[in-house]
Design a protein around this ligand. Structure first.
Ligand code: SF4
Length: 346
């Protein structure tokens, strides 16, 4: 669908200019006037452990020390009766307390501890909410909710500040809901992105709430969590899926292990789901050879029956070392326009 096909959709120029940045992202966010708490309900792992210790049963003094009586008079002091020390009970672990329902964890800490967390959107770590625009979701005027945290460390990542899963959020979910209600006439869609949005267990519920507001809901993902992606896809009208390489070539881009298996399992699931999607392949001139790109395109076409959209890496926001290596290299240096001219290039 094209933007032209939606005459009622407002143009980007209709969007008010009240956009400011809450953190050094490379897209504007509409959070002007927001001066509330920095995070809502997110606990750092140190805080989780400290809370667990505080709420633990008091630890009894060792019995052996308690049994020592003071000696009185001139009588021969009786030999102290040896009392066997009983080991002090250990405080329950955060995992045990969470499983017993006695510790409420946000999805970040739940993922870190490997337990089920509280999948209420109020525990989402939200890094930013962008102003409505037409760039992220073709054919729609969409605001984008950027969720904090990503398991990968891609060479060309232009939002490295979103990678740290422990950083917590800066915008409460209630604020996002308020903004989306207020801006309903200006936009028709909301895109959830990141970081890797499926990292957070509360994502599907957040998508459902936004859908109930009457918005189209999109998801931008690289498929690092196939199980969680399945739940999110069930709430999505459209998915932008980032493939990074052939399965074997993943680690060179993500600089972490096992990403290829997860990403392609996610892609297969997405194809099966029947939800509308677009596959994107960012060509990294520093890492990809032409053969790598063509092999990746062929792998995507084999699995999905459609071709990916090729994307240029963005120099803005990347780590300085990568920017230096990239120099003036671009997509055409890896895949000239006359090689696979049928492929869409952005
Ligand atoms: S998957 Fe996306 S957010 Fe995560 S490191 Fe790669 S480019 Fe950055």
């Amino acid at each position: 669908m094209t933007l032209d096909a939606q005459p009622s959709a407002p143009s980007r120029s209709d969007v008010p200019e009240d956009t400011v940045r809450e953190r050094p992202l490379h897209r504007p966010v509409f959070t002007s006037g927001w001066s509330g708490p920095v995070a809502t309900g997110d606990l750092t792992i140190d805080e989780v452990c400290a809370k667990a210790r505080e709420e633990a049963e008091p630890v009894a003094e060792p019995a052996g020390e308690m049994a020592a009586e003071p000696v009185t008079g001139g009588a021969e002091p009786a030999a102290p009766t040896p009392v066997e020390a009983t080991p002090a009970p250990l405080p329950p672990t955060p995992q045990a307390r969470a499983r017993a329902g006695r510790l409420q964890l946000n999805s970040t800490d739940a993922a870190f501890l490997g337990v089920e967390g509280t999948f209420d959107p109020k525990y989402l770590s939200i890094a930013a909410l962008t102003a409505p625009g037409t760039e992220d979701w073709p054919g729609h005027v969409a605001a984008t909710v950027l969720l904090q945290g990503c398991p990968w460390r891609c060479t060309y990542c232009f939002s490295p500040e979103l990678q740290d899963a422990r950083a917590g959020g800066v915008i409460p979910w209630s604020r996002v809901e308020d903004e989306l209600r207020a801006r309903r006439p200006e936009m028709d869609a909301v895109l959830f992105s990141g970081g890797e949005p499926t990292r957070q267990g509360a994502l599907p519920e957040a998508m459902r709430i936004v859908r109930d507001m009457g918005y189209k809901v999109g998801l931008q993902t690289a498929g690092g969590f196939p199980g969680r992606l399945e739940k999110a896809v069930a709430q999505a009208d459209w998915v932008a899926f980032d493939i990074k390489a052939t399965p074997e070539g993943y680690d060179a881009i993500t600089r972490t292990g096992g990403g290829g298996r997860r990403a392609y399992a996610s892609l297969d699931m997405l194809v099966e789901s029947g939800v509308d999607y677009e596959v994107r392949l960012t060509v990294d001139p520093v890492t990809h050879s032409q053969e790598d790109v063509l092999a990746t395109v062929a792998e995507i076409e084999r699995r999905t029956g459609r071709s990916p959209v090729l994307q240029q890496v963005r120099a803005e926001g990347v780590k300085p070392l990568y920017a230096e290596a990239l120099g003036s290299l671009c997509l055409a240096d890896v895949l000239p326009d006359d090689v696979r001219p049928d492929l869409v290039r952005h």
